[in-house]
Design a protein around this ligand. Structure first.
Ligand SMILES: CC(C)(COP(=O)(O)OP(=O)(O)OC[C@H]1O[C@@H](n2cnc3c(N)ncnc32)[C@H](O)[C@@H]1OP(=O)(O)O)[C@@H](O)C(=O)NCCC(=O)NCCS
Length: 239
């Protein structure tokens, strides 16, 4: 993953992420970034999740999973996501393809000995994230991370953990920006974020974000259905 890769996406190139003014080649200031809706995914999204992960290059799979997973292992990973225990967030484009996915896995604190001493809560959360190469540098990864942090607060978890390669400059940047404490060891990095408890504002913030993302998804789905229907009418050509 190079800085050029990360800077390569632009709102105008990513269908369904709109509102940014930064076009290809322009300087993408934060103000010009598009609006991003983060939606909680259900098991019905497995097919789209698989498509998202299979499209990641081997370099990205290494960064995301810690090893270059084969297509077979990626499929198994998607098949095994436990939606009753974990939470998966996604950002959709206009065609309802997943541009970004954040997997928040919950585990008993004993399962992560490196963090168990720093919390009295029963569970801790581990976060993994990936963004399609075409949508990077637009804030999708940051939004997924922020949403995961709010979820943790609202389900009484005060420690959010991330494991990544210390060479992963983009992820390290996002982690530092979020105020994570980072511990580097032999080319790997463990990052922890201590979270404040939930309050009415954090609960409301998450509820509003989810409602807006659901509305956005519904509009996109209806538009797609309408276009499909129109495309099936005699004499109307689909693009
Ligand atoms: C890491 C990843 C999720 C980031 O997604 P993204 O949507 O591009 O991230 P964002 O746009 O929210 O933020 C990128 C930030 O990194 C910064 N950045 C880009 N290249 C950088 C570099 N070489 N060094 C430091 N920071 C860099 C950007 O300026 C931006 O910071 P800002 O918001 O303060 O301006 C994405 O690159 C990815 O999927 N990588 C492969 C998988 C992976 O590494 N997953 C993480 C392991 S769990």
């Amino acid at each position: 993953m190079t800085a050029t890769d990360a800077k390569a996406g632009s709102a105008s190139q990513v269908p369904g992420i709109t509102g940014g003014t930064g076009g290809a080649g322009s300087d993408k200031t934060k103000a010009s970034r598009p609006t991003i809706f983060v939606k909680e995914l259900s098991r019905r999204a497995r097919k789209r999740l698989l498509r998202h992960f299979l499209a990641l290059s081997s370099g990205d799979r290494l960064l995301r999973f810690g090893s270059v997973l084969s297509d077979d292992l990626v499929s198994r990973y998607v098949e095994n996501i436990d939606f009753t225990r974990d939470t998966v967030f996604g950002v959709y484009d206009r065609k309802l393809r997943l541009l970004g996915v954040g997997h928040l896995a919950f585990a008993p604190r004993e399962a992560l000995p490196s963090v168990s001493a720093s919390t009295t809560k029963e569970r801790v959360a581990e976060f993994g994230v990936s963004v399609a190469a075409s949508a990077r540098g637009l804030g999708v990864g940051t939004h997924l991370f922020e949403r995961a942090a709010i979820r943790c607060r609202n389900v009484d978890i005060d420690t959010l953990y991330m494991h990544c390669l210390s060479s992963n400059k983009v992820m390290m940047h996002i982690a530092k920006k979020a105020g994570m404490a980072i511990h580097r060891d032999y080319g790997e990095a463990d990052a922890y974020l201590k979270l404040p408890p939930a309050n009415p504002a954090s609960v409301l913030q998450e509820a509003v974000q989810e409602q807006v993302a659901t509305l956005d998804y519904t509009i996109k789905a209806n538009l797609r259905a309408a276009l499909k229907w129109l495309g099936n009418l005699p004499g109307i050509k689909r693009d």
